[in-house]
Design a protein around this ligand. Structure first.
Ligand code: GLN
Length: 542
């Protein structure tokens, strides 16, 4: 059993500066030095998991193999570490309190008074150590969500402080702080970083390393200032400048020797370093000049592009991974489904793209526009990839327009439809009736058997795959025979429950849609087969 070391990461006074990718990048570096690494995200809100949160507000809900509905940073960890995360890698205030209260109810505290301090931090520590043990990691990265000085994350900082007190040589702290360059002043300001370090000090924590997030690398005078005011040597202040591609970040950090600085703090050393694959990846990203234009048709548009990018981060990354692997520059366009609902003549513009994706989603808004999109792609032979909701709508479109089942629908959108080709499973019906929404969808990895001779098989070249789910509704098997007779190809089946997992069409360059979310398993170094085949056919489209 290796002796685990713990690296806590906390954010300065500003959030949203890329703490997740920074954490993941540190993991990537340590892994490249031959260590086993895992990462844990702590979110300071009361929600037990991210499943009940609105993606517009919170960003994508990432799903692990074991069905945890997590913060999108877990996706970053998987992409940079190429390690599978599980529900143990994600912690919220709600989950911690729930566990403590359950233990109290089960008399596990031996009748004593259970208190916020130390019982909550102790539970946090218990969970951090559990991850270390389970994964047999040399390093556990613990990213504390929110910003320092916030009331909400104090108990997590307290846990970190207690761990350091007990084993000072096994714990370090990294502060990730933003250094603004106000336009009118034109100079990089270190004060917010000084304040952040002071706030950490107040919580009894001295940062060992400071990552300076800014639009450009930190210069000498800035480093000198931070060094003096934050009580840290200059070598431990690492620049984290803006990048064009997040996968450059590990390489950037290594330019300032971050990996070895970390090892030194733990009294460790290695000559090993293998970021070759990442260097090659970044090289080919930069060389990919010829564009492949992908349209994503969704409904979340009123809120602006920024939130959108966050809501579908895994889909976007999966498109990028596949495009780069095929030496193309991905260009992603957001297309509003409601526009096609109101003015179907605008569907023509879909011809301007090399391929169209309909991603996952919930609720009725924009549904008919998306169905029109499917129809247009089917008839005009535009490469099409449907993801979860996208697959359900592809089935509805086929039922209506090819199998002539007029008004076919999903019980999510029109429970009175005469042809519920997509319907809720009986066990889901019971859950909905009792309003038990949290953590009750069909979640996590399920087996899928791929049918030989199909596009899906051509992509996977495997008989069995495991893919991740997050949905309540399913293909209704009552309609299987009739739809298959009309030409719908069912190319993936869950054998245990005989559920339709992938559908596709013949006589079309690429029309594939899956009930699961392949995007969750795409990695920069290993693009997902369904995305890769999709992009390959998109490239061929005239
Ligand atoms: N709303 C659909 C369902 O719950 C699809 C969900 C999704 O796309 N993730 O089945």
């Amino acid at each position: 059993m290796p002796k685990p070391r713990y690296i806590f990461l906390a954010g300065g006074v500003m959030s949203g500066v890329g703490k997740g990718v920074a954490t993941a990048s540190i993991g990537c570096i340590l892994k490249s030095k031959g260590f086993k690494v895992t990462a844990l995200k702590i979110d300071p809100y009361i929600n037990v998991d991210a499943g009940t949160m609105n993606p517009i507000e919170h960003g994508e809900i990432f799903v692990t193999d074991d069905g945890a509905e997590c913060d999108q940073d877990i996706g970053n960890y998987e992409r940079f570490l190429e390690e599978e995360m599980s529900s143990d890698n994600y912690l919220t205030t709600g989950r911690v309190y729930q566990a403590v209260i359950n233990k109290e109810r089960n008399l596990e505290y031996g009748g004593r008074c259970v208190e916020v301090v130390p019982d909550i931090p102790n539970e946090v520590i218990f969970r951090i150590k559990k991850v270390a043990k389970k994964t047999r990691a040399d390093f556990v990265l613990i990213e504390i969500g929110g910003t320092v000085g916030e009331y909400q994350n104090l108990l997590f900082l307290e846990a970190a402080r207690m761990m350091k007190l007990k084993n000072p040589r096994d714990v370090i702290f990294v502060l990730i702080s933003y250094l603004p360059i106000p336009e009118k002043i034109g100079e990089m300001k270190t004060k917010p970083t000084q304040t952040a370090a002071r706030l950490l000090n107040e919580a009894g924590i001295q940062p060992d390393i400071i990552l300076g997030r800014a639009s450009v690398p930190l210069d000498e005078p800035r480093k000198r200032k931070i060094s003096i005011f934050c009580n840290i040597t200059k070598e431990d202040i690492i620049s984290a400048p803006d990048v064009d591609f997040i996968y450059e970040i590990p390489l950037n950090f290594e330019k300032e020797n971050l990996g070895n600085r970390i090892l030194k703090k733990f009294g460790l050393r290695t000559k090993k370093q293998n970021l070759r694959d990442w260097k090659r990846l970044v090289g080919s990203i930069k060389k990919s000049k010829k564009p492949v234009k992908i349209g994503i048709v969704g409904k979340y548009f009123a809120t602006g592009k920024f939130t959108l990018v966050d809501s579908y981060i895994s889909v976007i990354e999966a498109v990028k991974h596949a495009s780069w692997a095929l030496k193309r520059k991905p260009e992603i366009y957001w297309l509003d489904a409601e526009k096609y609902e109101k003015s179907p003549q605008k569907l023509k513009e879909l011809k301007n793209y090399n391929g169209i994706i309909i991603p996952g989603g919930f609720g009725k808004r924009g549904i008919e526009g998306k169905i029109k999109t499917v129809s247009f792609c089917r008839r005009n032979k535009i490469p099409f990839l449907g993801l979860c909701l996208g697959m359900q709508l592809a089935v509805i479109e086929f039922a209506r327009n090819v199998a002539n089942l007029k008004k076919a629908n999903s019980s999510e959108f029109d429970p009175k439809s005469p042809y519920l080709v997509i319907d809720v499973m009986p066990e889901q019906k019971a859950l909905l009736k009792e309003k038990r929404y949290g953590g009750t969808m069909r979640l996590g990895a399920y087996k899928c058997e791929i049918k030989k001779g199909t596009k899906s098989w051509q992509a996977y070249k495997k008989n069995i795959v495991f893919e991740r789910h997050r949905h309540r509704y399913e293909f209704n098997n009552d309609f299987r025979e009739i739809l298959e007779k009309k030409g719908l190809v069912i190319s993936g089946i869950n054998p245990e429950r005989n559920l339709v997992e992938i559908i596709e069409l013949k006589n079309h360059p690429y029309f594939v849609a899956s009930q699961f979310h392949p995007e969750f398993k795409s990695r920069p170094l290993h693009p997902h087969p369904l995305f890769k085949e999709f992009i390959a056919s998109a490239i061929k489209k005239k």
